[in-house]
Design a protein around this ligand. Structure first.
Ligand SMILES: CCCCCCCC/C=C\CCCCCCCC(=O)N[C@@H](CO)[C@H](O)/C=C/CCCCCCCCCCCCC
Ligand SMILES: [Ca+2]
Ligand SMILES: [Zn+2]
Length: 268
């Protein structure tokens, strides 16, 4: 019986051919394209540094977890091992759980958490914790199914974004949300087409859609996080006014969004 650490012991094998460019890296482009998560993690900390000064723990925690996602995903595509697959999926699950427990807006907390703000926060943290531990245990049952379940969380994020946009008049926020949705749609199309249309991509010798997914989902998260930060500042930091900006400048053809904090009530 092959070890759970051995090469190609995972339940899934992506469309890119194995060991075509290296004898130690199974899927070469799928492995190196994970560099996107390192860039994402650094960009979030650097561009949103004002917010980072106010909310250091969530930002460093989530950025650190995104680095883990990149490292484990690299390990998975390099080895295609069962352990690599679980590490890849569990790091995504825990990053999502931690991000939700830091940033899930209190207005959407369930009714049964009727106590004061701090207690409700603790209740929700406990519920996310229990759900994540149960999901972690369940993910050993059928790892190939986990990726589909994780992808479904994007629909909940879309729903939350929709609810927030209904309350927001800032055109920049609407434009940024639209850009996030477009990048995510491109990302999920690449992921699904690598899974389901591999015969077609192999026939035309272009089996690289999973590496596109890595880059595209990282870009959509570059748009998603500033939105999350924008809404968090509006809800939780009343002494600041969030302002969406683009780095290096609005007029450049390729730009990266970020949130700057203004202090509207500051006298002199
Ligand atoms: C109030 C909540 C705020 C939430 C903020 C969002 C936090 C996102 C955290 C982590 C997402 C990382 C996803 C990267 C996956 C990279 C690894 C990978 O490619 N793994 C594949 C195998 O190599 C595996 O098959 C993929 C599994 C599916 C992962 C699905 C993740 C859903 C993330 C949702 C992001 C939505 C962004 C835009 C929403 C419209
Ligand atoms: Ca493969
Ligand atoms: Zn991957």
């Amino acid at each position: 019986m092959p070890s759970i650490f051995s090469y190609q012991s995972a339940e899934v094998d992506w469309c890119e051919g194995n060991f075509e460019h290296s004898t130690v890296i199974a899927e070469y482009y799928n492995t190196i394209s994970n560099v996107s998560f390192f860039v994402l993690s650094a960009a979030l900390l650097y561009l949103n540094r004002q917010y980072c000064q106010q909310r250091a723990v969530p930002m460093y925690f989530v950025s650190g977890l995104l680095l883990c996602v990149g490292v484990f995903s690299m390990y998975f595509h390099m080895t295609l091992s069962y352990v690599g697959q679980l590490l890849d999926e569990l790091s995504i699950l825990w990053t999502l759980a931690v991000a939700y427990s830091f940033w899930y807006p209190k207005v959407y907390f369930p009714r049964y958490m009727a106590g004061g703000g701090r207690e409700r926060g603790r209740d929700l943290g406990r519920d996310f914790g229990v759900t994540t531990v149960v999901s972690t245990l369940m993910s050993f049952i059928k790892p190939a199914f986990n990726a589909y379940a994780l992808n479904c969380i994007a629909f909940h994020l879309l729903y939350l974004t929709w609810c927030e946009l209904k309350k927001c008049n800032d055109k920049r926020v609407h434009r940024m949300a639209a850009a996030m949705v477009v990048w995510w749609a491109l990302a999920i199309t690449s992921w699904l087409s690598d899974r389901w249309l591999c015969w077609l991509w192999q026939a035309i010798s272009f089996p690289y859609f999973h590496s596109f997914w890595h880059v595209l989902i990282a870009v959509s998260l570059l748009y998603c996080f500033p939105l999350v930060i924008y809404f968090d500042v509006n809800y939780e930091m009343p002494t600041f006014k969030p302002k969406l900006g683009y780095w290096p400048s609005d007029s450049w053809p390729v730009v990266v969004p970020y949130v700057a904090l203004e202090e509207p009530h500051k006298q002199c």
